[in-house]
Design a protein around this ligand. Structure first.
Ligand code: HXC
Ligand code: NAP
Length: 266
């Protein structure tokens, strides 16, 4: 299946799109022909990300919006529709994470991660609802293995991402009859990302983790982008409510336990 041009004429809205995996997915959407709107907290970072897409010959713009702020997302979606038309694709990927034992995690630390990941995902999907092209819209949440596997020093991320999986599946049920598909992508460890810099900050931790991964290595942003593009094409028209792992088999072995068991420096 050729992914090139597979999203030609489509409009994509990417939350948390200024860096890392989500920016990689935004690039994948753009390379497949979509016009892309990006949001994240930092006006400078999101503008630089959008400029990078434009420099590569794609149509894109960025706006500062915090996913904890429903009204700000709504404004960004309104601007997207004004510029490009109704939204075909929504990626909810904004997240925050750090390694912290529960005994040293404040209530606000727990709440902060739940607010960004879980409330943020509900906000992004709920705000997008009136702006979607229906039928045919495809919504994707970026979740993580933390959603299914309890992990040391990750109570905040585990609780938040478990909620993300439930939001994904509940909305797939409620909005399926209107022709809206809602799926989750659960990446394994992806190289050159803030997430892995925080979770396996030393070469030793990275090597210990890699030794447990059936495919033996970290993935690339392109791996997640290709799956996301596929999920937005007609080839995936019967897929909804799925949480699709793209992880080299890493979630089969629980090897992350060996890697995240020491709190990182703050
Ligand atoms: C314990 C911490 C902490 C740490 C912050 N807090 N860092 N607690 N250990 N390392 C606490 C603070 O003390 C504070 O509580 C509360 O969290 C809020 O902190 P703020 O700095 O005010 O929050 P905010 O500015 O909103 O920033 C959010 C953030 C930050 C999550 C804390 O790290 C961030 O902006 N992250 C975005 C980038 C990121 O995390 N990328 C990786 C995503 S990867 P008190 O009580 O002091 O007020 C990911 C990986 C998934 O999700 C799985 C991979 C396999
Ligand atoms: P990242 O580069 O730090 O990406 C996080 C993005 O979210 C940034 O663009 C950040 O931009 C934005 N963001 C954070 N808080 C926000 C908020 N409140 N409102 C709006 N935007 C916000 O990290 P990453 O490692 O690539 O992770 C991306 C996604 O993949 C996350 O959902 C993560 O849980 C998931 N994931 C990552 C891995 C991995 O290997 N890295 C594995 C499994 C799952 P600003 O700072 O400008 O706001």
């Amino acid at each position: 299946m050729a992914l090139e041009s597979s999203l030609s004429g489509k409009v994509a809205f990417v939350a948390g799109g200024s860096s890392g995996i989500n920016l990689g997915v935004a690039l994948g959407f753009a390379e497949a022909g979509a016009k892309v709107a990006l949001i994240s907290r930092s006006a400078d970072k999101i503008e630089a990300a959008a400029q990078g897409l434009r420099d590569a010959g794609h149509e894109a713009f960025g706006l500062a919006a915090d996913v904890r702020d429903f009204a700000a997302i709504d404004v960004a979606l309104g601007e997207t529709v004004k510029r490009y038309g109704p939204v075909d694709i929504v990626l909810s990927g904004a997240a925050g994470n750090f390694v912290a034992p529960a005994s040293q995690l404040s209530a606000n630390g727990f709440k902060t991660v739940v607010d960004i990941d879980l409330l943020g995902t509900f906000n992004v999907f709920r705000a997008s609802y009136p702006h979607l092209r229906k039928p045919g819209a495809s919504l994707i949440a970026i979740t993580a293995g933390q959603a299914e596997q309890p992990m040391l020093n990750q109570v905040h991320a585990c609780a938040a991402k478990a909620g993300v999986n439930m939001v994904t599946q509940c909305l797939a049920m409620e909005w399926g009859p209107e022709g809206i598909r809602v799926n989750g992508i659960s990446p394994g460890p992806i190289a050159d990302t803030e997430g892995m810099r925080r979770l396996t900050p030393t070469g030793e931790m990275e090597a210990a983790y890699k030794a447990t991964i059936p495919l033996g290595t970290y993935g690339e942003k392109r791996d997640i982008a290709d799956l996301a593009v596929f999920l937005c094409t007609d080839h995936a028209r019967y897929i909804t409510g799925a949480i699709v792992r793209c992880d080299g088999g890493s979630q089969l072995t629980g090897g992350s336990q060996a890697s995240f068991n020491k709190p990182a420096e703050r």
